[in-house]
Ligand binder design. Structure first.
Ligand SMILES: [Zn+2]
Length: 350
């Protein structure tokens, strides 16, 4: 089985974006803004938005299941206040849930959290619980910088975040560390801010003892870990200077990387430097880089091709495609096992 742990609903019907524009236009007077009930999206619209896009590409490329979360750049936690984000997150999460209900064999949800700059992350817990209990979601996206490129929150190792971590641990949910749109013009959203954040999150963990306090907390650092694998020697050396344990011991029981690196040498380096037990298959499709690489004739984000061509054993490929995802996302594993049992029962009956 091939599990893509990083997909966003980037192809949601246009009425979603129109609703958001009206919400944003009425931040000063939310009562004059759109109500949740005004956004009506039919099942057929959702089917159309998925079948010809993500699902078509998954089938063409051979991926079976995608962990699907709301469009990352649209989270835009810096806009409005907590209520703005709470309403927006609830709408976006429900849509991903509906995708998972319409295509239960191909999509399972991960939640966007209703973060807001300067607001206690504990305020996100109600939405997190709803997504787990009502929607069967298996992970969350945690934005380390809700201010959108200005980095006004304490580092991820700060106690500021601990109430949220307690819930993640309680529900056995990994958090993908994922920023949103940059509103700092010095940082391009997907080309700089995303990769900066991946690198920054890793270093925040490295300099701290966060996983001493939360030994079972799991972070997935996307986009191949930003600059981390490429500069692994620097990070090892810094940990040594700081008298931290070796990185494998210090961080790799808790931090995992995805394969959203859009060329072969990048994947080769990732899988040579980082233990394969810490690498999870992902494409972030349909996402930031949608074109075809003229050097290969294939889509940049067709990341399975790079895994296939990398110097890996069959067992290592199994771990990257499926085994690691089942271990890092226990709720996904449980959902898949439940399906297998259910399927076996049907088989027995028939
Ligand atoms: Zn993403």
């Amino acid at each position: 089985m091939i599990i893509d742990i990083h997909g966003h609903y980037t192809t949601a019907p246009a009425s979603l974006e129109r609703w958001r524009q009206r919400q944003v236009a009425n931040l000063a007077n939310p009562a004059q803004g759109p109500s949740v009930a005004e956004l009506v999206i039919s099942d057929d619209e959702i089917r159309d938005s998925i079948e010809g896009n993500q699902l078509k590409l998954m089938r063409a490329r051979g991926a079976d299941l995608t962990i699907f979360s709301p469009r990352a750049s649209f989270m835009a936690h810096h806009i409005g206040d907590f209520n703005t984000s709470a309403t927006w997150a609830a709408i976006c999460n429900e849509l991903c849930y509906r995708v998972s209900q319409l295509f239960p064999d191909h999509f399972i949800g991960a939640a966007m959290l209703p973060q807001s700059p300067g607001v206690d992350p504990a305020s996100c817990i109600a939405e997190l619980e709803r997504c787990v209990k009502e929607y069967g979601f298996v992970g969350v996206n945690l934005n380390p910088d809700p201010s959108g490129g200005h980095w006004r929150s304490p580092p991820l190792s700060d106690r500021h975040w601990y109430p949220l971590y307690e819930k993640l641990v309680e529900y056995d949910l990994p958090a993908m560390i994922h920023v949103s749109t940059s509103c700092n013009c010095a940082f391009h959203t997907t080309g700089a801010h995303y990769l900066n954040a991946d690198t920054t999150a890793f270093m925040q963990c490295l300099t701290s003892d966060l996983f001493h306090d939360f030994p079972t907390l799991k972070f997935v650092i996307p986009h191949g870990g930003g600059a981390v694998p490429y500069h692994w020697g620097r990070f090892r050396g810094l940990a040594q200077e700081l008298k931290k344990p070796p990185l494998r011991e210090h961080l790799l029981g808790n931090i995992f990387f995805d394969t959203c690196v859009y060329h072969q040498p990048g994947i080769d380096l990732l899988t040579q430097v980082i233990p394969v037990e810490n690498v999870l298959f992902a494409s972030e499709m349909i996402g930031a880089v949608r074109g075809i690489d003229p050097e290969t004739g294939h889509y940049y984000d067709d990341t399975k091709r790079y895994i296939e061509a990398a110097d890996l054993t069959a067992e290592q490929r199994y771990l990257i495609y499926e085994g690691n995802a089942r271990r890092v996302y226990p709720r996904l594993d449980a959902a898949l096992n439940a399906k297998t049992v259910q399927g076996a029962c049907y088989d027995t009956v028939s």
